[in-house]
Design a protein around this ligand. Structure first.
Ligand code: ADP
Ligand code: MG
Length: 706
């Protein structure tokens, strides 16, 4: 159970004054990257606001005279009020002007549609005021249009000289953000200290409360730099929580002893014989590494890293075959229904050839059918089950599970998955990921796992030609697509959004589908995340089997979908996708024997980072290089879509600034668990607060006295 002390931080943001349902939706989109659309993302909570850290400053400390003020920069100027010049009656287009001066010269304060009553009360003639805003020159005269602040000398302290700026989203203004965060800070309880006193002292780290206060009420740039002691403390907390969670999962897994699984090779051989190709060297090496682990009496905890299309599925199947030869069962879990069906379809003929009894289990199998699968798993009448999260339900009991394989692709929920996977027996665990994560991140996401790499593409793969073109050339592109379809080729057409949105000037999948359908008719299909899963699968199948030739889609197709004869990938609004994502998407083509093209359609002008991304995409298909570059570019902190991209999976920590903190957190976690493996002492209790604060609930549940 989460400590009650933390409850205020886990209350929905609507519990704060001034936040209603509408604002909550906008904040959830900003802070959690979704919600509202049935995507399973829950309403943002108070704690999310606290960890939404500033991206910059508004600095009003500069106090020049009128003549010294630099045009366009924020200035706070002490002036005397000379006279008011209201808009002429009936002509609101001429602004209301207030003339003021200081010793250096004169300036006009300009208000469009200014309310005389209010302006007269704010600017009494003959008195002194501080005004803060941007000064501009027109026709040799100084103007300040709509000053941000006006205060009297006595009230100078009310003028915020330094204000933090936050990543925002439409519907959330900076003012609203300031107010919301101020209210969230009010709700922050006094938390127990979970960092060792010696560590705190050594690095001069403030308490959590002080650290949060400091970053949200900065006095200068230093306070909001990732290098500040406050930021570092908060980043360390986040990393420590992550490392502790991983260490807990791992030690739990190690405690349940593994078994040695050794096959006789018979089923493997049948599978290999049924394949129309030979394994690559990298596949052979990875299979060997996995089988060696399985033969050991310890539990296997291995990561199989391989770029999209590198052929992970077959490696997984061979591991399953070994488990089955040795008398055990195997489970393969995929993140989505589509992927599960696809794995099932790939594996079915091979399983049949090898005499492996195969079943599929997702949310779709219902009633008697489902019961039957449960029974057969419990009686070991099924050797291999492919499924979604449904595999982790309590009703699913294996008679003799030898290996659990989690096809993560590039979603990062690994701690949870591992925790779940560890619930039954001493099965070996293999996690597969399509993200060629750099070494530092492997450590972060997966902890000390053994790693096998598929760093070699299946032989006859042809390179993918990548081109970028601006929206203005859409017609040309459409002609090209029609030509390709005429020749019998298949085309993916990716759009960032499902439906049109009032806020974003972006063509959605639905409207692109409509316009392409008008041009090409029956040939065009549509698939997106808001469709029912049966409809999604039907659309995928139509495309796969050639009933449609152009598939308009959102990123639902991103994870692992395999249509080997698709040859063109159009990515519309390519500027809105991250590098890793572009790479994943491009990997949908170039899987067959024909040469393929990826066309990045972008809206000009491109920002610098978007330009860099596209350049890298054109230069290389090497997933490992792309991952490294992605990490570098993310460091720039560009706002991508709605969410500021930090290090993926983290709110506060940024690997390019905090890599050394990660190492420290790992060592510290190890030390902590050596001394108090179940986190039972007072320090342990404080650490449980930390784990809950960073939503590592699953990990705490692994503790005995949870
Ligand atoms: P991943 O899951 O790593 O993205 P898949 O396992 O889906 O990749 O494999 C992608 C495609 O490559 C599949 O069509 C598969 O049949 C094919 N494939 C796998 N291994 C080889 C190989 N050694 N030679 C040729 N094709 C292969
Ligand atoms: Mg795959």
């Amino acid at each position: 159970m989460r400590p009650t002390l933390l409850n205020p931080l886990f209350s929905p943001v609507t519990s704060l004054t001034g936040i209603g349902p509408k604002l909550s939706i906008a904040l959830t989109r900003l802070l959690r990257g979704g919600g509202g659309g049935g995507d399973g993302i829950e309403q943002a909570v108070v704690g999310d606001l606290l960890f939404h850290l500033p991206s910059g400053l508004i600095d009003r400390r500069n106090q020049p005279t009128i003549m010294d003020a630099t045009e366009g920069t924020l200035s706070t100027i002490k002036v005397r009020i000379d006279r008011h010049q209201p808009s002429p009656r009936g002509n609101q287009r001429v602004p209301y002007r207030i003339y003021v001066h200081d010793d250096s010269g004169e300036m006009a304060l300009v208000y469009f549609r200014g309310q005389s009553r209010w302006l007269e009360s704010q600017y009494p003639v003959g008195e002194t005021r501080f005004v803060s805003g941007r000064l501009e020159w027109f026709n040799g005269r100084a103007n300040m249009i709509h000053p941000d602040y006006v205060v009297s000398e006595e009230n100078f302290d009310d003028l915020p000289l330094v204000e933090p700026v936050y990543p925002l989203v439409s519907g959330v203004s900076l003012k609203i953000m300031h107010r919301s965060i101020a209210n969230a800070l009010e709700a922050l309880p006094k938390l127990p200290e979970w960092i060792d006193a010696s560590l705190l002292a050594k690095h001069h780290w403030p308490s959590v409360e002080n650290a949060l206060d400091q970053v949200h009420h900065p006095r200068d740039e230093l306070d909001i730099s990732p290098q500040s002691t406050a930021w570092k403390r908060l980043a360390f907390d986040e990393l420590l929580a992550g490392q502790l969670a991983l260490a807990l999962v791992r030690s739990k897994m190690k405690k349940s002893a593994g078994r040695s699984w050794r096959g006789n090779g018979s089923k493997q051989q049948k599978i290999l014989n049924a394949l129309p190709f030979a394994l690559t060297g990298a596949q052979q090496r990875s299979v060997k590494e996995i089988l060696d682990d399985m033969a050991m009496p310890e539990r296997m905890l291995r990561l199989l890293q391989g770029d999209v299309g590198s052929g992970k599925t077959i490696v997984a199947l061979l591991a399953c075959a070994t488990a089955i030869e040795a008398g055990g069962q195997a489970a393969l879990m995929a993140p989505t229904e589509i992927l599960t069906r696809q794995h099932f379809a790939t594996i079915q003929p091979l399983a049949e050839a090898a005499g492996i009894r195969l079943a599929v289990l997702t949310g779709r199998e219902k009633g008697k059918e489902r019961e039957a699968i449960y029974d057969q798993l419990a009686n070991a009448e099924i050797d291999l089950v492919v499924g979604t999260h449904a595999l982790f339900q309590t009703n699913v009991v294996f008679k003799n599970l030898a290996i659990g394989i989690v096809d993560e692709q590039h979603r990062f929920g690994v701690h949870q998955r591992l925790a779940l996977a560890s619930k039954g027996g001493g099965a070996d665990i293999l996690v597969m990921t399509a993200t060629p994560i750099p070494r530092t991140l492997v450590l972060t996401y997966f902890g000390d796992m053994d790693v096998s790499k598929l760093d070699e593409k299946p032989a006859e793969r042809l390179p993918i030609q990548t081109n970028a073109l601006p929206m203005e050339r859409l017609d040309e592109l459409i002609d090209r697509v029609r030509g390709a379809v005429g020749r019998g080729e298949k085309v993916y057409w990716l759009c960032p959004l499902v439906e049109d949105s009032e806020e974003l000037p972006i063509t959605s999948a639905e409207s692109r589908y409509k316009s392409l359908e008008q041009l090409m008719g029956q040939n065009v299909g549509l698939v997106h995340g808001r469709m029912k899963s049966a409809d999604k699968d039907a659309a995928m199948l139509d495309f796969k089997e050639g009933r449609t030739r152009v598939l308009v889609a959102t990123t639902v197709i991103e994870v692992g979908v395999d249509v080997p004869d698709a040859t063109i990938m159009v990515i519309e609004h390519a500027e809105r996708f991250g590098l890793a994502q572009l790479h994943q998407l491009r990997g949908r083509v170039g899987r067959g024997t024909q040469s393929s093209t990826c066309l990045l359609l972008y809206k000009a002008p491109l920002g610098e980072i978007a330009q860099d991304r596209i350049k890298i995409m054109r230069e290389t298909e090497d997933g490992f290089r792309i991952a490294e570059e992605d990490l570098k570019l993310r460091g720039e902190g560009e706002i991508l879509g709605t969410r500021q991209s930090g290090t993926p999976g983290f709110q506060i920590a940024q690997m390019e600034h905090h890599a050394e903190l990660l190492e420290m957190a790992r060592d510290n976690a190890r030390l902590i668990l050596n001394e108090d493996a179940e986190l039972t002492g007072p320090h342990g209790d404080a650490l449980r607060h930390l784990l809950y604060l960073h939503s590592k609930d699953e990990a705490v549940r692994l503790l005995r006295a949870g």
